[in-house]
Design a protein around this ligand. Structure first.
Ligand SMILES: CC(C)(COP(=O)(O)OP(=O)(O)OC[C@H]1O[C@@H](n2cnc3c(N)ncnc32)[C@H](O)[C@@H]1OP(=O)(O)O)[C@@H](O)C(=O)NCCC(=O)NCCS
Length: 299
């Protein structure tokens, strides 16, 4: 029987197969087969998965979803796993390309977070057409409820939701995407210190196969106090929303943000990098079909 890569078909058997591979690799998902199935069955705008089957048995999967941040949509290749018994056959790159074919309809760029020491995963992404963006980061996470709420940095600092994009435009690395706000899943908080603008934080809410959480997508602050207040406001929001996790990819060299997060109880998971690509990938037509099947020639 050939090896095929196809979209998750919504069956319990598919969800079971996916979870079995997750158990054999990450082994971190707190979700049941039924929950995984429900999460992956929310339609084209929701989280999607693709499976690699060897002799009819699920041997690998990739899960991806779109986020809509200030700079526009991104296709997040979130989880990638191939069962150890099926590794080394190029299945990972085929899965990534299948996911990217779908993502090309939803976003002009794709990205993935890969641990610096995970050469195998990085090579699979590069074989699929991604590149390392050359911005090494430290991945920090915080689990709300694991620390007492720290005291607010001072009465002169206030944090509130941004009323409009114009409040943060001057701090952005590029032009904001028209219509970025309001957008479900995107929160923009601004800090004021002594009544003057002092920074912002951009938060993306995500539901992955491992946790429900928030990513600190970008944060700019003119003072340490404002930075601390913005992170605290993000933590308070995550705790109030019952989220499992809040994470941040902190670029190497951003010492002030690293220090602020560590002082507020974030822990470092180590060095990670971004693997990025423009969509569509060369040679991969955009596809929203439910049965994406790529032959070995595409890998
Ligand atoms: C990472 C993972 C998905 C790769 O799956 P895979 O199907 O075995 O990958 P491939 O067969 O496509 O091999 C990927 C590349 O790594 C190379 N490789 C194989 N063994 C390697 C090793 N020990 N060190 C470095 N590279 C290695 C392969 O030669 C291939 O490179 P190439 O395409 O340039 O030839 C799989 O090993 C896995 O599930 N690991 C555990 C979970 C994980 O780390 N997921 C990724 C998180 S981002």
């Amino acid at each position: 029987m050939p090896t095929i890569v196809r979209a998750f078909a919504g069956s319990l058997a598919d969800a079971e197969g996916l979870l079995a591979v997750e158990r054999a690799t990450f082994d971190e998902s707190p979700y049941s087969v039924a929950q995984i199935r429900a999460m992956l069955s929310r339609g084209p705008g929701g989280q999607q998965a693709w499976l690699a089957l060897v002799d009819g048995v699920v041997a690998g999967f990739v899960a991806a979803f779109a986020t809509h941040g200030l700079l526009g949509p991104a296709w997040e290749i979130d989880l990638l796993a191939v069962h150890p018994d099926a590794s080394g056959q190029g299945l990972a790159a085929r899965l990534i390309r299948a996911a990217a074919a779908h993502g090309a309809r939803l976003a002009g760029r794709a990205r993935a977070v890969v641990a610096a020491e995970n050469e195998r995963s990085a090579r699979a992404f590069m074989r699929a057409g991604f590149r390392d963006d050359g911005r090494p980061c430290r991945l920090l996470i915080h689990r709300p409820g694991t620390h007492d709420a720290p005291s607010w940095p001072g009465p002169e600092v206030a944090v509130r939701p941004a009323a409009s994009l114009s409040e943060v435009e001057g701090w952005l690395a590029g032009p904001p995407s028209p219509g970025a706000l309001p957008r479900e899943g995107l929160s923009l908080l601004v800090a004021e210190e002594g009544g003057r603008p002092a920074g912002y934080v951009e938060l993306l809410d995500v539901q992955t196969l491992l946790y429900r959480g928030t990513w600190i997508e970008s944060l700019v602050a003119t003072t340490d106090r404002a930075r601390t207040a913005l992170v605290q406001a993000a933590l308070a929001r995550a705790a109030a929303g019952g989220l499992d996790e809040i994470g941040a990819m902190v670029p190497e060299g951003d010492g002030p943000l690293l220090r602020a997060l560590m002082s507020l109880g974030f822990e470092s998971l180590g060095e990670f990098g971004w693997l990025v690509a423009r969509l569509p990938l060369p040679g991969v037509a955009a596809s929203l079909g439910a049965t994406v099947t790529l032959g070995a020639g595409n890998a």
